[in-house]
Design a protein around this ligand. Structure first.
Ligand SMILES: N[C@@H](CCC(=O)N[C@@H](CS)C(=O)NCC(=O)O)C(=O)O
Length: 224
């Protein structure tokens, strides 16, 4: 049987798919293609993912885009009851936190990271960065409270709910998180897992090799 294929350089949201694949211990193939005309916008790639975006996975005859649908699919298929909560309530909480991360904090953390760390210093916009911090302050307090009551989002054990939220806000590890100490400790716990460290090593390497032009393009196409 062919290996599960993960398309997308680890700097992108493909990081999320790589992390869950490593957590599940599956034998996958990584195709580290770039965004844009030479990668995700080629006719060959568009035939797999008409959105022209990363990541996408191919599992036999099955194709799936949307990074957080991908993490939940892989967890449910390869680690049910371990990384994917199987109770009705546990599954619903996983969906809740996943939607929450996408709607409440994904964009803000991205804006902050571009204008605090990733764009060349002279191109960073301090007003955008400060506004992003204001937007995420309230949801970060909510997450801080949630993980002050129990070690992980759906109970005592790490699940794909934690992976999804931690992956979405992973770049916040470079922020001053002293106002949200429980969030900080939880994020460090999640990102310190062996599978996370392996996936982060790929992401950090890809980040370091990303030309400034590509970072500018990311900010432009996403209006960040
Ligand atoms: N909601 C999608 C977003 C995918 C997305 O925007 N991916 C970025 C890379 S992180 C991309 O491919 N950008 C290039 C483009 O939009 O042309 C997901 O979570 O998979």
């Amino acid at each position: 049987m062919s290996k599960l294929q993960i398309y997308g350089i680890a700097r992108t949201r493909a990081f999320r798919a790589l992390w869950i694949a490593k957590e599940c211990g599956i034998d996958y193939e990584h195709l580290p293609i770039e965004i844009g005309d030479t990668g995700a916008k080629t006719p060959e790639f568009l035939a797999i993912n008409p959105n022209g975006r990363l990541p996408v996975i191919v599992d036999g005859d099955f194709v799936l885009f949307e990074s957080l649908a991908i993490t939940m699919y892989i967890a449910k298929k390869y680690a049910p009851g371990r990384l994917y909560p199987t109770s009705l309530e546990g599954e619903a909480k996983t969906w809740q936190w996943t939607s929450w991360a996408l709607n409440e904090v994904d964009r803000g953390v991205n804006i902050w990271s571009l204008h605090a760390v990733r764009l060349p210093p002279e191109e960073r916009d301090a007003a955008k960065r400060d506004e992003a911090l204001k937007v995420i302050a309230k949801p970060f307090k909510i997450l801080d409270t949630a993980v002050s009551k129990q070690p992980y989002l759906v109970g005592p054990d790490f699940t794909v709910a934690d992976l999804n939220v931690a992956a979405v806000i992973s770049r916040a590890i470079e922020m001053d998180l002293s106002a949200v100490p429980h969030l900080k400790a939880w994020l460090e716990r999640c990102l310190d897992r062996p599978a996370a460290r392996d996936a982060l090593a790929l992401k950090n390497k890809a980040d370091a090799e990303t030309p400034a032009d590509v970072t500018r393009r990311i900010a432009r196409i996403n209006r960040l």
